[in-house]
Design a protein. Structure first.
Length: 352
């Protein structure tokens, strides 16, 4: 069996008994029933994932920043030069990026995975060298990658999830880096959901109106060229996706198979989650939506996936920033089930 087939075979729904026990437990805590809103649903999901009530605290946590470059950059979809991807990898490794600062605030580790950066990178601590190819091809001219390369990148994500869990991490967070990767995300979302390019393509790093029009047209041309079939999610990924998108697909699947919660970042993770969900009905069993990105395609992806974002701050940075900011909420949801007294144990009178 391949790592992907093994992982898909290991996926299963939330444990029904643990879900029922956690919901009943929530209803006995010293608070009005339902008073913690979405946090109660998160705690129940965590219990169902672990198969026990209360669930273990989702810590320690680690954000995996999957990095890759994109051939569609040649179409002028962003004013940022492509070499910024490799330069930002160096910034992550030096601890100088936003995700480093936010991760330090919440006590999460950061690892960087080179799954497809175009430029040469040094062998340094904190960098996992898993490069499948040096950037994708220009999806407006040819498939972004071969089917075999897409599958290889998915299996990179599975392997990283396995490695991080084996190292003792009990909550995974998705991160990404890749100049022009919101263009690939828009193409993936449009292809998987049958939406027009203009409805799902945003300003990414803050492009002006003229560049946004170029970006929308690039997505349209790629979709017209390949006519990707959402019934073949790996084919869609190969045609218009990115290497980091493919790796995140595997990362989400790997987390689900290992029964470890995974907090999704923004539109890159959202587009990857659409591909994962098309591969298996229980693909997202471990997934929690950290936030809703300002990118328009992300809202469409979250709605289609039935995922409710924990925060909504108009973020559009990537890197895993939104997932890291949401981490304390996920941990708090588990802690409530573990630490809050019930009406009986506290000697508090329940409502009649």
């Amino acid at each position: 069996m391949t790592a992907l087939s093994e992982t898909l075979a290991a996926l299963r729904p939330l444990d029904a008994a643990a879900v029922a026990a956690a919901q009943e437990h929530q209803d006995r805590l010293t608070k009005p029933r339902g008073a913690l809103g979405v946090l109660e649903a998160v705690s129940v999901q965590l219990a169902g994932l672990a198969g026990i009530d209360p669930p273990p605290l989702p810590e320690p946590a680690v954000v995996a920043v999957f990095a890759g470059d994109h051939g569609v950059h040649a179409q002028g979809v962003t004013p940022w030069p492509q070499e910024v991807t490799g330069q930002m990898v160096g910034n992550f490794l030096a601890g100088g990026a936003v995700v480093n600062a936010l991760a330090a605030q919440v006590g999460a580790a950061v690892v960087v995975v080179d799954v497809g950066v175009a430029s040469a990178l040094p062998e340094v601590d904190g960098l996992l060298s898993r490069r499948v190819r040096s950037g994708t091809a220009d999806m407006t001219v040819e498939p972004a990658m071969t089917r075999e390369q897409a599958l290889a990148a998915v299996e990179v994500g599975i392997a990283v999830a396995r490695e991080l869990v084996a190292a003792g991490h009990r909550c995974l967070l998705s991160g990404d880096m890749g100049i022009a990767n919101t263009t690939a995300s828009a193409a993936l979302i449009a292809a998987m959901l049958g939406l027009d390019a203009a409805a799902v393509t945003g300003r990414g790093t803050g492009v002006d109106d003229a560049t946004l029009a170029v970006k929308v047209e690039a997505v349209r041309r790629a979709l017209a060229l390949h006519a990707p079939d959402p019934a073949d999610p790996i084919g869609v990924l190969a045609a218009v996706g990115g290497l980091e998108h493919a790796a995140i697909v595997g990362f989400l699947l790997g987390a689900g198979a290992l029964r470890v919660p995974v907090v999704l970042d923004g539109v890159i993770a959202g587009s990857a989650a659409l591909v994962a969900a098309a591969l298996h009905p229980d693909a997202l069993v471990a997934c929690l939506a950290g936030h809703r990105s300002a990118e328009p395609g992300h809202a469409h992806a979250l709605a289609a996936l039935g995922l409710r974002p924990l925060i909504d701050l108009d973020l559009r940075l990537g890197e895993g920033s939104g997932a890291v900011l949401a981490l304390p909420l996920v941990q708090a949801a588990a802690r409530v089930l573990r630490d809050v007294a019930t009406f009986d144990s506290a000697g508090v009178t329940d409502k009649a």
